[in-house]
Design a binder for this molecule. Structure first.
Ligand code: P6P
Length: 284
């Protein structure tokens, strides 16, 4: 990654950090549904649209960014002549708003046109809207967690996955799990503590904090599972692998995924190496 790309990535992270308090301030009164659906069929909340507009304006205005793609919009948007392409899930787990549970923003920075492979990712980040607003960023240089105050001030600490796993979180309904995943889950639940909120950002953040495994597996009737390859799986896999963990889609690292469709889905398993190795053996 050229130094100029390093500076450009820092500009993207600064834009995300500046957007976060504005997105959070817009939650009140926007938990309701619009009449519209996104490209993967999810009913859109007013908060989804609000977050996407803020991010598109801030990130799309950067000279280094040429393409902006959102989980909330069917097509990639040309936003300039810059070398970088940015993918966003503007408000991951937005349905949690009505229960006042955590939600998040997921962002990927690619040095290739979208849809792009995980190997084209040069940086990734997420914002977690919990009791605190935190931003976790990852580049080839490592993973950093920032706590963002309401006035935008940031404090930071480096992040690495704990060696000893403690928590797990598995998506989907148990009757919809495959036999192989059910066997894997049965073993894991006797070893680790269940932590599952329904927002990928919050659940992966718990794995990064305490060690463990997050999975949204392929299901009996939906072999590719639920989570979006470009907007959720690839950026979050990049962050977990940069923090010292592993990812898989059941067969290989999620970063080796090469989606041909911007809104494709993939099974995803993220966490400590040994737990991911066991998942690949169980699903083989
Ligand atoms: P389920 C939120 O809608 C999301 O895309 C992810 O953030 C989360 O991990 C998953 O779906 C939750 O899905 O089926 O458990 O509600």
């Amino acid at each position: 990654m050229m130094m100029s790309d390093g500076v450009a990535v820092a500009d993207v992270f600064d834009a995300l950090a500046a957007a976060a308090p504005e997105i959070r301030a817009g939650f009140a009164g926007r938990a309701g549904e619009t009449d519209d659906h996104n490209a993967t069929g999810d009913r859109q909340l007013h908060a989804d649209i609000h977050a996407d507009e803020i991010l598109r304006d801030r990130v799309g205005a950067l000279d280094a960014v040429g393409e902006y793609a959102s989980e909330e919009a069917e097509h990639v948007r040309d936003v300039g002549a810059g070398p970088l392409s940015v993918s966003v899930d503007p408000l991951d787990g937005s349905s949690n708003l009505s229960a006042n549970n955590p939600t998040g923003t997921i962002l990927g920075v690619y040095d290739a046109p979208l849809p792009a492979s995980g190997r084209d990712l040069v940086a990734a980040a997420y914002v977690l809207y919990g009791p605190l607003t935190t931003m976790v960023t990852a580049t080839a240089d490592g993973v950093t967690r920032y706590t963002i105050a309401s006035d935008g001030r940031r404090t930071d600490e480096s992040v690495s996955l704990p060696d000893d796993p403690t928590v797990y979180g598995f998506g989907g309904r148990v009757p919809d799990w495959t036999v192989d995943f059910t066997d894997y889950a049965r073993a894991i639940k006797d070893e680790l503590k269940l932590r599952y909120s329904g927002a990928m950002v919050a659940d992966v953040n718990q794995v990064l904090t305490y060690g463990g495994v997050f999975a949204y597996p392929g299901l009996r009737d939906r072999p590719r599972g639920k989570l979006r390859t470009q907007f959720e799986a690839i950026p979050m896999a990049y962050i977990v692998e940069a923090a010292g963990g592993s990812s898989t889609n059941g067969a290989h690292s999620v970063l080796d995924a090469d989606p041909d469709d911007l809104h494709s889905r993939t099974p995803i398993y993220l966490g400590n190496d040994a737990l991911i190795d066991r998942a690949e053996r169980a699903l083989d």
